[in-house]
Design a protein. Structure first.
Lengths: 232, 679
C-alpha cells in the first residue's frame, strides 16, 4: 500500500502524518510536493494540517489552487481514498471537493485540546472498520474549525448520511459544551457523495500512539488499510 | 579603494538617542584614527548598545558556570548545545522581547518567537519546542489586559503557524510590571552532533549568502530601542522600531534551511536579528578572526531607496546569512527559491579582519570587525537595595486565603493560555502543559525523552536577589525531578531595570551569584541566555526577575502513572518556610514581606536527587513541587490535577507561614501504601 502525504508551503503536520504511516503502521509513503501534477500509483492520499500559505487570504484558499490539486481531484474521481485533516479539510472545502466551509471559531481563539467525536457514518474507507456511534478521543488544534454550510446543504448532508464525525462528550452525547468551535450541527467531519473523500478537523495522527494520550486516531488509518486490502 | 567618506561626526547625535557616551566617541576615534562616518556611527551605536554588547553585564556573567562534560557549545554563539547521547545534541536558548512587546504586544511577542526559533535553527538544529515566561501588571488594569491578550495571541500566531509546539510556560502579575511587561521565550532544538553549525565567517574567499525574506524599513534601531527606558510616548513613537513577523516566511525558512543543512555545504550560519545584517556579518567575522565585504546593492529589498545604514541595520524578520563555498552558492540558493524565498550572494569573507560595506561604487563603512563586537565594558558600583518595610500583617482565615491565592494568575489554571498554543504538533508531547515540567519523547533515542521547565520569581528576588536566584534554579530542578529528569542545561533571561542604578545593578549581580551557586551545586551548565536591562517606566523598575529555563534527560518516557484512592501524600524535603517574598503577603497584605527564607542548598540538592530517583523507580505515582502559595496551594493543585480529594496532617503549627510560606525545596508525592517503606 502506498500513501501520499502532500506538503504545501506552510503545511506543518506533514511530517507527523508521514511518521505515523511509516513508523507506526509500517506503510510505504511518498512525500508529495505541492507542484507535482500526477498522483498515479498512490493507494490513498492525506492532505495534512498546518498553515498552508500562512492561512493568508483564507485558510486553504491559496492551496486549493496549487498544481497538485488537479491531481488530487483526478484521484478523487478515480475513487482513491483521500483524507483531509484540519488545514487539509479546509483545502478540500475551498477546492469544492467537500461541501461547506470552516469559519473562525466561535471564541475567536485558536483552540488546542482533546475532544471526543462520535462516528456518524461508516460508509467511508476511514471509518468502515468502526462502529456507528463509537466515541473517539483526538486532539483539535485550529482557529478556523467552525463548520458551516447553507441550511439546504446541511439537511442534505444529514439525509444522505454524509456527516462522518460529530463533536460529543466522552459518553457520546452531543451538546454545545462538547463542541469546541461552534460548528453547525456539531459537525467535526464530512464526506463526499461517493464516500472516498473525508475531511475532519481533529488530528487522528496525533492520537495514534498510546504514549501521546490516545490510540483512537490510528483506527482511521487501519480502517483504510483493511478497506483497501478488501478491494484488491 | 577609496577611503571612507568622513563627514561631521554624528556619534554625539547617536549618543543622545542610543546612550553612547563621550568616552565611547573617544574610544572609536582612538581605534580608527579618524571620526566615524554617519553609516559607521549608526552601526557602532547599535552594536555598542546594551542589548547587543552586554556592556554592563559581561563581567558579572563570567560568574555563571558554562562548561561541563556534555557541553558542545557554551555562551557566545547563537545558542548553547549539549550532547544527549546516541549521536544527538540538544540546542537551548532563551531570549527576551520585552521592549517591543510593551509597544506592540502582538508583533513584539510574535517576532520574539520567530527570533529565538532562528537562533536555534542557526546552530543547525530543528526547533522542536517553545516555552514562555510572561509578566504583566495586574490583569484588572485594562492596559495590562490588552498587553496580555496581544502577547498570547502573538505567540500563538507565530508558534502555531511555524509548527513548533509551545509546551510550557509561566505567568505572574505585579504592579511593578505595569509599565514594562516581560516576554521571555525559550526554544529547544535537536541536531545530530555531527551537524552542528556555527556563526563563523570562514574561510576567506567564502561567499556570504543572504536567504529568506526581503529587507525593509522595519525594526531599524530595534536593538538600541531595547536598551532604553520606556515612557508613555513609547507606544506611538517607537512603533517603527518593532519588527513585523511573517510566520509563513518563517516556516519556509525553517524547512529550506533544514534542506540546505542536509547538503553538508553550509560552512557558517547566523540569524539576522538585533542589529540586522551589520551585526550578523560583524559577529561572524569577529568569531572567526576574519573580515567581511558586503555589497549592499545585492541585498533583496522590499522597498526602494533604502539608505546604506538602513540596509545594514534593518531588523526585518525571517532572514539568515549563510557562509558557503562560492561554487555551492547557486544550488543552495535554488533550495531557498524553491520555498519561495530570496537568496542572493551579498558579499564575501576576507582575511583582513575588516567589516566593509559598499554601495553605489563607494565604501560606506570600513571598521575593524572586532571594534564593532567589542564595546568597552561599563562599570557600576553596586549599592545594596534596602529590604522592603514589613507590611501590616492582618489575620486572614485559611479558607479565605487559599481561595484568594488560587485565584491569582500565578497559581490559577493556565489552560485559557496554553489551549491557544498548539502544544502537540510534531507528536512528541507526552506530558502536556499544566502539570509542571513538560515531557517530550525522543523517537531518535527511544525510550529516552527530555523534560523542560521555565521558572522565575520576582517577588523572591525583590526581597533577596541572591536567595531568589538560588531558589529559582532549585525550583526548576525540582520540577524536572518530579518528571524523573536529570538537569542537562540552563538558559536564562535576566530581566532588570536600568543598570546605571546602583541598586538595580546590585540586585542583578546578587541574582547571578545565586543562580551560579545553585547551578554549580546541581552541576548544570548555563549554556546561554540574555540580559534585558532598562525594564522600567516613569514609576520605576520592574521587580528583579531572572527567569531560568532548564532541560533535563528522562531515561524512560512513559505515560503519566495513575493515582488511586487510598494512596498516601508525602511531603519530601525540608524548609523553615516564612512569608518573606511570598505570594500570600503580596495578595493578602498588599505588599512584599521582607526576609525570604533562603533555601539550604545542600538539603535542596539532596531532596531533588531523592525525588528524581523515587520517580524513576516508580515509587511515586505523582510528584508536585511546592512553590507560590506554599503547601496549601500545592495540595490544592495536586487535587485539581489528579481529580481527587485529600485529607492531610501538616507537620508543625498550622499558621499562615506553615500553610502558605514559600522557600526551600519541598515536593508532595502521591505514594501507594506498599511503596512507602522503600521511599
Amino acid at each position: 500500500m502506498i500513501w501520499g502525504v502532500v506538503t504545501f508551503p506552510g503545511s506543518n503536520c506533514d511530517r507527523d502524518c508521514v511518521h505515523v504511516l511509516r513508523h507506526v503502521l509500517a506503510q510505504d509513503v511518498r512525500e508529495v510536493w505541492y507542484e507535482e501534477r500526477a498522483l498515479e500509483g498512490l493507494d490513498a492520499v492525506v492532505l495534512p494540517g498546518g498553515f498552508s500559505y500562512g492561512d493568508y487570504l483564507r485558510p486553504g484558499a491559496i492551496a486549493a489552487t496549487a498544481p497538485v490539486m488537479a491531481a488530487v481531484r483526478a484521484a478523487a474521481d478515480r475513487g482513491v481514498p483521500i483524507l483531509g485533516i484540519c488545514n487539509g479539510f479546509q483545502i478540500l472545502t475551498e477546492a469544492g471537493l467537500l461541501p461547506g466551509a470552516l469559519l473562525r471559531n466561535r471564541t475567536l481563539r485558536f483552540v488546542c485540546r482533546d475532544v471526543w467525536v462520535r462516528v456518524e457514518c461508516v460508509r467511508t474507507p476511514f471509518t468502515r472498520g468502526l462502529r456507528p456511534g463509537q466515541v473517539l478521543r483526538m486532539p483539535v488544534a485550529h482557529a478556523e474549525g467552525r463548520y458551516t454550510a447553507p441550511a439546504v446543504v446541511l439537511r442534505a448532508l444529514e439525509r444522505e448520511g454524509r456527516v462522518v464525525f460529530r463533536y460529543c462528550d466522552p459518553a457520546g452525547r452531543v451538546h454545545p459544551r462538547a463542541n469546541p468551535n461552534g460548528a453547525a450541527r456539531a459537525v467535526a467531519g464530512v464526506r463526499n457523495a461517493a464516500g472516498n473523500v473525508v475531511g475532519m478537523m481533529p488530528h487522528p495522527e496525533r492520537a495514534a500512539e498510546g504514549m501521546l494520550g490516545s490510540e483512537d486516531g490510528r483506527r482511521l488509518f487501519e480502517s483504510a488499510l483493511r478497506s483497501l486490502a478488501g478491494e484488491r | 579603494m577609496a577611503p571612507p567618506r568622513t563627514e561631521v561626526p554624528v556619534l554625539a547625535e547617536a549618543a543622545a538617542r542610543y546612550g553612547l557616551g563621550p568616552e565611547d566617541e573617544a574610544a572609536v576615534r582612538a581605534a580608527l584614527g579618524r571620526p566615524p562616518n554617519p553609516v559607521e556611527a549608526r552601526c557602532l551605536a547599535v552594536m555598542w548598545s546594551e542589548h547587543c554588547a552586554y556592556r554592563h553585564s559581561r563581567q558579572v556573567l563570567q560568574r555563571l558556570p558554562a562548561g561541563g562534560d556534555g557541553v558542545l557549545q557554551g555562551p557566545g554563539e547563537n545558542a548553547g548545545v549539549v550532547g544527549i547521547g546516541g549521536g544527538w545534541a540538544l540546542v537551548w536558548k532563551m531570549e527576551s522581547h520585552n521592549h517591543p512587546s510593551a509597544v506592540d504586544p502582538y508583533n513584539g511577542a510574535a517576532t520574539g518567537v520567530g527570533g529565538i526559533i532562528r537562533d536555534v535553527l542557526a546552530m543547525g538544529a530543528r526547533p522542536v519546542a517553545l516555552l514562555d515566561a510572561l509578566r504583566f501588571g495586574p490583569l484588572s488594569d485594562p492596559r495590562a489586559r490588552r498587553l496580555f491578550s496581544g502577547v498570547v495571541t502573538g505567540i500563538a500566531a507565530y508558534g502555531n503557524s511555524v509548527g513548533v509546539p509551545t509546551v510550557g510556560g509561566e505567568l505572574a502579575t505585579d504592579p511593578a510590571y505595569a509599565e514594562a511587561p516581560l516576554v521571555n521565550v525559550a526554544c529547544l532544538g535537536l541536531v545530530r552532533a555531527g551537524g552542528i553549525v556555527r556563526g563563523r565567517a570562514a574561510p576567506p574567499g567564502a561567499a556570504l549568502l543572504y536567504a529568506g525574506a526581503r529587507t525593509g524599513r522595519d525594526g531599524i534601531g530595534g536593538a538600541a530601542f531595547a536598551s532604553g527606558v520606556l515612557d508613555a510616548a513609547a507606544e506611538v513613537r517607537d512603533r517603527a522600531a518593532v519588527q513585523i513577523g511573517d510566520p509563513f516566511a518563517g516556516k519556509c525558512l525553517i524547512e529550506a534551511t533544514q534542506q540546505a543543512l542536509s547538503t553538508g555545504c553550509v560552512l557558517g550560519l547566523q540569524d539576522l536579528g538585533a542589529g540586522g545584517l551589520a551585526c550578523a556579518a560583524a559577529e561572524m567575522a569577529a568569531r572567526a578572526g576574519t573580515g567581511v565585504l558586503l555589497d549592499l546593492e545585492r541585498v533583496p529589498l522590499r522597498e526602494r531607496d533604502l539608505a546604506p545604514a538602513e540596509v545594514l541595520l534593518s531588523e526585518s524578520q525571517e532572514r539568515m546569512l549563510l557562509v558557503v563555498r562560492p561554487a555551492d552558492a547557486p544550488s543552495l540558493a535554488a533550495i531557498y527559491r524553491r520555498w519561495g524565498l530570496e537568496a542572493e550572494v551579498v558579499g564575501r569573507v576576507t582575511p583582513d579582519g575588516r567589516f566593509r560595506a559598499r554601495a553605489g561604487g563607494i565604501t560606506v563603512a570600513d571598521l575593524p570587525a572586532q571594534l564593532l563586537t567589542h564595546a568597552p565594558a561599563r562599570h557600576v558600583v553596586p549599592a545594596p537595595a534596602p529590604a522592603p518595610t514589613p507590611p501590616e500583617a492582618r489575620a486572614v482565615r485559611a479558607e479565605e486565603a487559599l481561595l484568594a491565592l488560587l485565584a491569582a494568575p500565578e497559581v490559577a489554571s493556565a489552560a485559557p493560555i496554553y489551549e491557544q498554543y498548539d502544544h502537540m504538533v510534531q507528536v512528541r508531547t507526552v506530558v502536556r502543559p499544566g502539570r509542571g515540567a513538560a515531557v517530550l519523547r525522543l523517537p531518535e533515542l527511544a525510550p529516552a525523552g527530555l523534560a523542560l521547565t521555565v521558572d522565575g520569581c520576582g517577588r523572591w528576588c525583590a526581597v533577596d536577589p541572591y536567595g531568589g536566584g538560588l531558589a529559582t534554579v532549585l525550583e526548576a530542578a525540582a520540577n524536572l525531578a518530579c518528571a524523573g529528569a536529570e538537569p542537562l542545561a540552563v538558559t536564562d533571561c535576566l530581566n532588570f531595570g536600568r543598570p546605571e542604578d546602583p541598586q538595580v545593578f546590585w540586585a542583578f549581580a546578587q541574582a547571578v551569584e545565586g543562580i551560579a551557586a545553585a547551578c554549580r551545586a546541581l552541576r548544570v551548565p548555563v549554556v546561554g541566555g540574555n540580559v534585558s536591562f532598562s525594564n522600567e517606566g516613569p514609576r520605576g523598575p520592574i521587580l528583579p526577575t531572572p527567569v531560568v529555563a532548564m532541560v533535563g534527560r528522562v531515561p524512560e518516557v512513559d505515560a503519566p502513572a495513575l493515582v488511586h484512592e487510598g494512596d498516601l501524600l508525602v511531603l519530601l524535603g525540608s524548609a523553615a518556610p516564612g512569608l518573606g517574598g511570598s505570594l500570600y503577603a503580596r495578595v493578602l497584605w498588599g505588599a512584599l514581606a521582607p526576609g525570604f527564607p533562603r533555601p539550604d542548598l545542600e538539603a535542596a540538592v539532596r531532596t531533588i536527587a531523592c525525588v528524581r530517583q523515587a520517580v524513576r523507580r516508580r515509587l511515586v505515582a505523582s510528584a508536585h513541587d511546592v512553590s507560590a502559595g506554599g503547601v496549601a496551594v500545592a495540595l490544592a493543585e495536586c487535587c485539581l490535577i489528579l481529580g481527587r480529594g485529600a485529607e492531610v496532617t501538616l507537620p508543625g503549627p498550622g499558621d499562615a507561614a506553615a500553610l502558605f510560606g514559600e522557600g526551600g525545596t519541598r515536593v508532595i508525592c502521591a505514594v501507594a501504601p506498599q511503596h512507602l517503606e522503600p521511599l
